[in-house]
Ligand binder design. Structure first.
Ligand SMILES: NC(=O)c1ccc[n+]([C@@H]2O[C@H](COP(=O)([O-])OP(=O)(O)OC[C@H]3O[C@@H](n4cnc5c(N)ncnc54)[C@H](O)[C@@H]3O)[C@@H](O)[C@H]2O)c1
Ligand SMILES: O=c1ccn([C@@H]2O[C@H](COP(=O)(O)OP(=O)(O)O[C@H]3O[C@H](CO)[C@@H](O)[C@H](O)[C@H]3O)[C@@H](O)[C@H]2O)c(=O)[nH]1
Length: 331
């Protein structure tokens, strides 16, 4: 069985490629390299540079590589960017996913995993959030993902496509063996930006909003280690291959950390007391998002191996330092 990993040159997709390789699976990657890097794809894995919205190309890849399952990570991911340019997010995340789903159905692909997000819930109506909580995104990013979830549900009924929708909470950290991490130069994620600041690559860190209704006024998120997340996907593919029903599952640990707590963890791990500036709220940010992970545990038998904020931060710092070292060596 060959697994097509879209977005496999990106942060989470590259960890999925490693997890599949570690499990002895055949993999092909499609990525347009808009934010991903060619070097993130291991040399032994074929990389087709192209857009998932190109239905003809996707059909050809499915045929050429005998693709039986797709793990669809490709997409645009920055919440405030989606508020500023919603049409672009509906194009890249919704319209282009439609083309990929159409090619999957036409090409006889049996299983489909989709990278969805906690952003489909909007402002949390309860905590922790179960999959049955109301779906009411407060950003175009969340809405663009929810539309794709809906397309998959309808395609499942109409064409018998088996799917797993994985709603990620905040993904962070790097491969414990140092093979991959978050490399994109324009990354905006809190832990990545804090690690860069600790290493002196940025002068300060902005703390976006300190007046949220949370324990210390800053936003709370459920940070999940990227390798735990990738392993959940491998389990999900096996689950569907065993003939199980399609499913939707939250991916998180069930515990939240505030922005201030994350900053403290990065300062602790790095030993650097970098400057933090109070900044206005960022558009599209819900106050708190914490997962109820009961369903993914029960459905896939998934257990966290890296549920420790300090360890997550340490792996992100180690990856950031290795990127800096590689840049120095190349200069
Ligand atoms: N990082 C998180 O915390 C998080 C949380 C929830 C959901 N997600 C979802 O996980 C997926 C992966 O996110 P990531 O953090 O690895 O981001 P990323 O930007 O590192 O990876 C996305 C990859 O997709 C590629 N890509 C984008 N549009 C494409 C297109 N039209 N055709 C082909 N390739 C395309 C990019 O070049 C990149 O390699 C996304 O769908 C994102 O919405 C991420
Ligand atoms: O320099 C920074 C960066 C972030 N934050 C705050 O940190 C929190 C987390 O932000 P970030 O790391 O950018 O993640 P989110 O905006 O929560 O979004 C991530 O997590 C979502 C799931 O919760 C995914 O859907 C998105 O794709 C992914 O980018 C938010 O309150 C931000 O306002 C700061 O204060 N300063």
């Amino acid at each position: 069985m060959t697994v097509l990993v879209t977005g496999g040159a990106g942060y989470i997709g590259s960890h999925m490629v490693l997890a599949l390789q570690d499990a002895g699976r055949d993999v092909v990657v499609v990525d347009d390299l808009s934010t991903g890097l060619r070097t993130a794809v291991p040399a032994a894995v074929p990389l087709v540079v192209g857009c998932v919205g190109d239905e003809t190309l996707m059909g050809q890849v499915i045929k050429d590589y005998h693709v039986e399952a797709i793990a669809h990570f490709a997409g645009s991911i920055v919440v405030p960017e989606s508020v500023a340019d919603p049409i672009d997010y509906y194009l890249n995340n919704t319209v282009r996913s439609r083309a990929l789903i159409a090619a999957a159905v036409a090409g006889g692909v049996k299983r489909f995993l989709f990278s969805s997000t906690a952003a489909v819930y909007g402002e949390a109506s309860s905590e922790p959030l179960s999959e049955d909580a109301p779906l009411d995104p407060v950003s175009p990013y969340g809405a663009s993902k929810l539309m794709t979830e809906r397309m998959l549900a309808d395609a499942g009924v109409a064409y018998g496509l088996s799917y797993g929708v994985l709603r990620y909470f905040n993904v962070a950290g790097a491969d414990p063996h140092g093979r991959a991490g978050q490399s994109g130069a324009r990354a905006t994620h809190l832990i990545k930006v804090a690690a860069q600041t600790a290493l002196g690559q940025r002068g300060h860190l902005d703390c976006f909003g300190e007046d949220y209704p949370t324990r210390d006024g800053t936003c709370v998120r459920d940070y999940i280690h990227v390798s735990d997340l990738a392993r959940a996907h491998v389990l999900a593919l096996d689950h569907l291959a065993d003939g199980a029903d399609s499913f939707v599952a939250n991916c998180g640990y069930g515990r939240g950390a505030s922005v201030k707590e994350v900053i403290a963890a990065v300062k602790r791990a790095s030993g650097v007391d970098f400057p933090v500036r109070k900044a206005p709220r960022r558009d599209g940010d819900p106050a708190s998002l914490v997962a109820d992970p009961s369903r993914i545990r029960a459905t896939l038998g998934w257990r966290a191996e890296h549920d420790d904020l300090d360890a997550i931060v340490a792996s992100a710092l180690a990856w950031e330092a290795s990127l800096a070292g590689a840049r120095r060596a190349a200069a």
